[in-house]
Design a protein around this ligand. Structure first.
Ligand code: HPA
Length: 274
């Protein structure tokens, strides 16, 4: 189904009614293993996705499928406790629907987090990576179909998807916290299967440092509707073929849980000043 501008406006209206004047300054999407950060939101107001018209809900493990609106580090936030993925059978348009909807509330900043496989042979599992840029070469993009000019132009510039200002802020906060923070290129694969070793070698040859199944659809739509985006990845496993062993979802979740404390520390530090 192709959504019209009025569909987004209607969904926004339903959320706004629940929010009673509260306007989130920052939208934060919590990836695998990070859902717990939503429990740190003060004066939380929960809005499950399935109570909002046109929203899909989460089927991925550890993705609760609700917004948590409230205060975090002094900022009004909308936290997505669980995101939608194309591998759940949703279209790119459905996956990115919440972002355009929240943008209509007046929210201008977005923090996207995720877990990803590490393609860069010099880096290690458990490290955090600032997303400097991304690659999505194949498959559909979320802006295909009729353009909605109220959100942005038909031919959207992608030169500055990830805000330099927010990258600088994250790097300076990481230094202060004495926390190593890599910076690299995230390459999107649709999943739900992990990549083949040959795909990982191809990703490396193309300039990717990490591979994952999320974030790029959301960042693309956010760039289109003029949001300032910060993307942070936790490298939960060496990508397929790097080590002589198979990958598993459990390995990803365990590594994400281990990195959770440093991840949330960095996000809180950035949020305070963003
Ligand atoms: N590939 C794709 N997505 C992922 C991976 C991976 O190796 N690890 C965590 N998410």
């Amino acid at each position: 189904m192709a959504f019209k501008y009025d569909d987004y406006v209607y969904s926004k209206k339903i959320i706004a009614r629940r929010l009673q004047g509260f306007v989130p300054e920052v939208l934060i999407t919590l990836g695998s293993g990070l859902g717990f950060m939503a429990d740190e939101v003060e004066d939380p107001l929960y809005v499950p996705y399935d109570e909002i018209p046109n929203f899909k809900t989460c089927t991925a493990p550890d993705h609760k499928g609700r917004f948590v609106f409230g205060k975090l580090c002094g900022k009004n936030v909308a936290v997505m406790q669980g995101r939608l993925h194309c591998y759940e059978g949703y279209t790119m348009e459905e996956v990115t629907y919440p972002y355009r909807t929240i943008r209509l509330l007046g929210t201008e900043k977005l923090i996207l987090t995720n877990a990803a496989g590490c393609v860069n042979m010099n880096w290690h599992v458990g490290e955090l990576m600032l997303i400097g840029d991304h690659i999505r070469l194949f498959g559909n993009g979320p802006l295909q179909g009729e353009n909605i000019p109220e959100f942005g132009p038909r031919f959207c510039d992608m030169s500055y998807v990830y805000s330099q200002r927010l990258q600088d802020l994250a790097e300076s906060k990481a230094r202060k916290l004495d926390m190593p923070l890599r910076k690299g290129v995230y390459m999107f694969f649709p999943g739900p299967n992990f990549e083949t070793p040959a795909e990982v070698r191809a990703a490396r040859a193309l300039g990717a440092d990490a591979v994952g199944m999320s974030t790029v659809p959301e960042a693309t739509v956010a760039a289109h509707c003029g949001m300032e985006v910060l993307g942070i990845t936790v490298l939960t496993n060496m990508a397929a073929g790097v080590l002589p062993q198979p990958l598993s979802g459990d390995e990803v979740n365990e590594a994400a849980a281990k990195a959770a404390e440093s991840f949330s520390g960095l996000i809180r530090a950035v949020l305070t000043e963003m």
